[in-house]
Design a binder for this molecule. Structure first.
Ligand code: AVJ
Length: 314
């Protein structure tokens, strides 16, 4: 409920998505209060290696990462959430300004408060927004003395975008950071499909609960009548497209009411709820290059599961 005013397009987006031939819902709507809590639990699952691998590689290489980012620069972070990695980076690079951008105003307020207590010297300028549209980031201080900007986009959140959308996002960011700017992007690597499959089909079924919460949220906030026991979490690795696909599968033939709309589902029909693209190092560097970035540095965890790319404006 609390997020309703922040998602004025929620109803529109749901109706549009459920009207497609392949029904689909945007993954950004996973993150209401309940969904954000479930996501935090996913990050602690033994099968979900991404968060642990990224945290490990970040703390192992924090000196080099901070040097690449540049001490005293402006740090802009997309999808900041409750991140432990940001604290490592802030401590090591001491940015002149920290601009966390997140879709959840609530998460943003909480995180900003904690960071203010931990880093009293840090200027924080939170922005509520998502990364599917360009956000304008006002320059702090005198325009003559603009600090160099670094955009931090951890967590392989970029994997939620299609390669075309990722290209557009990188281009937008390239415009924001300017010719002296740089980016740090966390990217999950291609690997054994069984490892990927297990990461999105955990034995405790937390990922299933996270996926199904989207329907519960539509019921709560939009008054729909999805019957959750007639839906099942379905996630698999699509090797041809290099992505995990998450779907919700209808176990029966059924009709769902949403205001004046009615949506019919055949038995076995799915709602596509998320893509998580996986990129080899070369693939991601090629994508970044097309958007005007040079792949300068790469840090990997010791198991070679996850990568942090240091990109600079080409
Ligand atoms: C936060 C988008 C990176 O795609 O791995 C976790 C979200 N979905 N389990 C991902 C997610 C299912 C996650 N990202």
């Amino acid at each position: 409920m609390g997020n309703r005013s922040l998602s004025p397009n929620f109803l529109e987006d749901v109706v549009a998505g459920l009207s497609l031939p392949q029904k689909a819902l945007p993954p950004k709507y996973f993150y209401d209060a309940a969904g954000s809590r479930l996501f935090e639990r996913i990050c602690r699952l033994p099968e979900y290696y991404l968060t642990r691998a990224e945290l490990a590689l970040t703390s192992a290489h924090i000196g080099a990462i901070a040097r690449f980012a540049g001490r005293g620069c402006e740090l802009i972070e997309y999808g900041s959430g409750a991140s432990r990695k940001s604290r490592l980076l802030i401590r090591a690079m001491r940015p002149s300004l920290y601009v966390p951008i997140d879709i959840s105003a609530q998460a943003l307020r909480g995180a900003a408060g904690r960071l203010r207590r931990e880093f009293p010297w840090l200027g924080i300028a939170p922005i509520t927004g998502d990364f599917s549209r360009p956000v304008s980031i006002p320059y702090a201080g005198k325009s003559a003395a603009r600090a160099r900007r670094i955009v931090y986009f951890p967590g392989s959140t970029i994997g939620n975008l299609t390669p075309d959308e990722a290209h557009a996002f990188l281009r937008m960011t390239r415009g924001q950071v300017g010719p002296q700017g740089a980016m740090l992007v966390g990217v999950d690597l291609k690997k054994d499909p069984n490892v990927l499959h297990t990461a999105y089909n955990d034995s405790r079924k937390v990922t299933a609960a996270f996926n199904l919460n989207l329907l519960a949220r539509i019921n709560r906030e939009l008054g729909a009548d999805f019957s959750l026991r007639h839906w099942r979490h379905y996630a698999f690795y699509n090797a041809a497209l290099g992505r995990i696909e998450m779907h919700l599968a209808s176990l029966e033939r059924q009709v769902v009411n949403l205001g004046n709309y009615r949506f019919s589902f055949a038995r076995g029909e799915t709602i596509h709820t998320e893509n998580s693209y996986k990129y080899s190092v070369e693939e991601f560097r090629a994508l970044a290059a097309r958007a005007g970035f040079l792949g300068k540095r790469l840090w990997l965890d010791r198991n070679g599961l996850f990568g942090l790319h240091g990109l600079s404006a080409a």
